[in-house]
Design a protein around this ligand. Structure first.
Ligand SMILES: C[S@@+](CC[C@H](N)C(=O)[O-])C[C@H]1O[C@@H](n2cnc3c(N)ncnc32)[C@H](O)[C@@H]1O
Length: 508
């Protein structure tokens, strides 16, 4: 049996098949019990975790719940690999092989396709498993392998099936044959469920970054890390490396410390996001495939001729799409490797003439480049024609950089001006993340935000949200003479070609 003491397994039924849904801890915690949840009440979130949509959970009485669960456990057990693999640390693919009994239906060759099509829900489906068996002694007939959970005898066929048999002049005969199922025929989760200690979470999800699978293994999975890596490689064509992040993302440059679990060490990769190609060394820069929608959301606000300042640009996922929309872009990143790939990707996507890249601290970037360009833009552009956007995606810290805008420009012009819109990211663990993020922004700006839009970007952990607050920088914050910004140290001026040793001009 499964590890009831640790978790609940949810079994769900659709019309035609029974499905075993991966452990759902959140529900388990709420219910503190077990039961059956209708399949149509379940949905998957972006991280491929199951959750229950507005469910009304019916707690079954102990005995009926157990009988249902037992039946489903039999299904899970039938398609679980050879039990001898439990505890395996070095992947031995042959050890997974096991023989099961399956029902087969013998049909004439000429009606094979019709029967296969009509019985598709009863045919056995396993990865890389041929569903038809040839009989070398019988040229006229073939055997269709049926799902042993759904078909046990001729009695298992329904009226629709019988009607078809009648039309095809087939008198159905189900017989049992031995079938060898091997490592190739098992799914990743079945393999890991069979290997890892019973009752422990076997989560095998990963983010795909080009040819690299990026995992975040839990402590109890670490003894099996190389085996997990090899299984992920085997089961996902196109992957050549599996890495595990070995610490939380706390480095200045937000890149992960990582360990290669399987495959090649080369972390140079190429990804396509929203139609833009990026190349970079994944071990040295920040990249998160889960931000694709957010990158697209922000770029959706931009129009031709707008001016965009990307304070924490990374390898360019806001800056380059903005430039592709014919915006004028100033993009900055403190990490010399990010800067290098930002410059490279601008060229790769042929937008070098619209992006100026900088390699300095975000605060310094605001007080020099943003200050200088804002003062030019504000005077020269009309608010109806040009919008100014400042993107600040460094969720752990960006809100704290907002004070850099205080009194950035000396005096407010008399005419109507285009004030920049700031899109600033922040993590929040608060029960009311919108309120908390707004309060933090206001505190750093030293002003109340009369209007702002706050967007939930994604849940990064059960009680941690990534938020984006967008607001027009109030004139009362931007203009003033309280602080003499020119006194700032010049040691961190924008990096030039000479400083960086990178073969690129600031204008890329
Ligand atoms: C969370 S990543 C975001 C990158 C990119 N904008 C994206 O959406 O994928 C934050 C970036 O800020 C850079 N960074 C960290 N501290 C910085 C600082 N003080 N000034 C400028 N950039 C910084 C990191 O190197 C990293 O590339």
């Amino acid at each position: 049996m499964l590890g009831w003491e640790h978790k609940i397994q949810l079994y769900c039924r659709s019309d035609h098949s029974k499905r075993l849904i991966r452990p759902c801890y959140q529900l388990a915690a709420q219910l503190n019990s077990y039961g059956i949840i209708p399949f149509n009440k379940l949905a998957q979130n972006q991280s491929k975790q199951w959750f229950c949509q507005g469910y009304t959970f019916q707690k079954l009485n102990h005995f009926s719940a157990m009988s249902e669960i037992k039946e489903n456990c039999e299904e899970a057990e039938l398609f679980s690999p050879n039990p001898n693999v439990r505890g395996m640390v070095d992947l031995d693919r042959d050890a997974f092989t096991k023989t099961i009994q399956v029902p087969v239906l013998r049909v004439r060759k000429e009606i094979l396709n019709k029967v296969m099509k009509s019985l598709k829900h009863k045919v056995l489906r396993r990865p890389h498993l041929k569903r038809i068996i040839d009989d070398p002694k019988d040229d006229n007939n073939k055997d269709i392998i049926l799902d042993p959970i759904l078909v046990t005898s001729e009695e298992s066929f329904d009226d629709r099936d019988r009607e078809l048999f009648k039309q095809l002049d087939l008198s159905p005969q189900v017989s049992q044959v031995d079938l060898q199922i091997t490592y190739e025929n098992f799914k990743t989760d079945e393999i890991l469920e069979a290997v890892l200690p019973k009752g422990q979470d076997v989560t095998s999800s990963f983010s795909r970054v080009g040819h690299i699978a990026h995992m975040n293994l839990r402590d109890h999975q670490l003894p099996y890390k190389n085996l997990i890596g090899h299984v992920i490689l085997d089961k996902n064509p196109g992957l050549t490396s599996v890495v595990n992040k070995t610490n939380i993302i706390d480095s200045t440059y937000r890149n992960f410390q990582m360990e290669v679990l399987a495959g090649e060490e080369n972390m140079m990769t190429k990804v396509k996001e929203n139609g833009v190609t990026y190349e970079f060394d994944f071990s040295k820069v920040y990249w998160n495939s889960r931000l694709a929608t957010e990158h697209d959301r922000i770029t959706g606000f931009l129009k031709k001729g707008d001016v965009v300042f990307d304070v924490f640009a990374g390898v360019g996922p806001f800056a380059i799409p903005a430039a592709k929309r014919s915006c004028i872009v100033y993009a900055n990143d403190l990490n010399p490797e990010s800067y290098k790939w930002l410059v490279h990707n601008c060229k790769l996507n042929k937008v070098g003439n619209r992006v100026q890249a900088f390699n300095t601290d975000g605060r310094e970037f605001i007080r020099t480049v943003v200050k200088e360009e804002l003062s030019k833009c504000i005077k020269s552009s009309s608010p109806e024609k040009t919008s100014l956007h400042i993107v600040m995606n460094l969720p752990a810290l960006a809100l704290e950089f907002l004070d850099a805008f205080r009194c950035l420009l000396p005096e407010q012009p008399q005419m109507e001006i285009a004030l920049p819109t700031v899109h600033c990211y922040g993590f929040s663990k608060d029960d009311n993340p919108e309120k908390e993020v707004k309060e933090r922004a206001e505190e750093m700006l030293g002003a109340t935000l009369e209007s702002c839009a706050i967007h939930l970007v994604r849940k990064v952990a059960p009680n941690k949200e990534m938020m984006c607050i967008s607001f027009q920088l109030p004139a009362v914050v931007l203009f003033g003479s309280d602080r003499n910004n020119d006194d700032e140290p010049s040691s961190k001026r924008p990096r030039t070609e000479e400083d960086s040793g990178v073969d690129s001009k600031t204008q890329v």
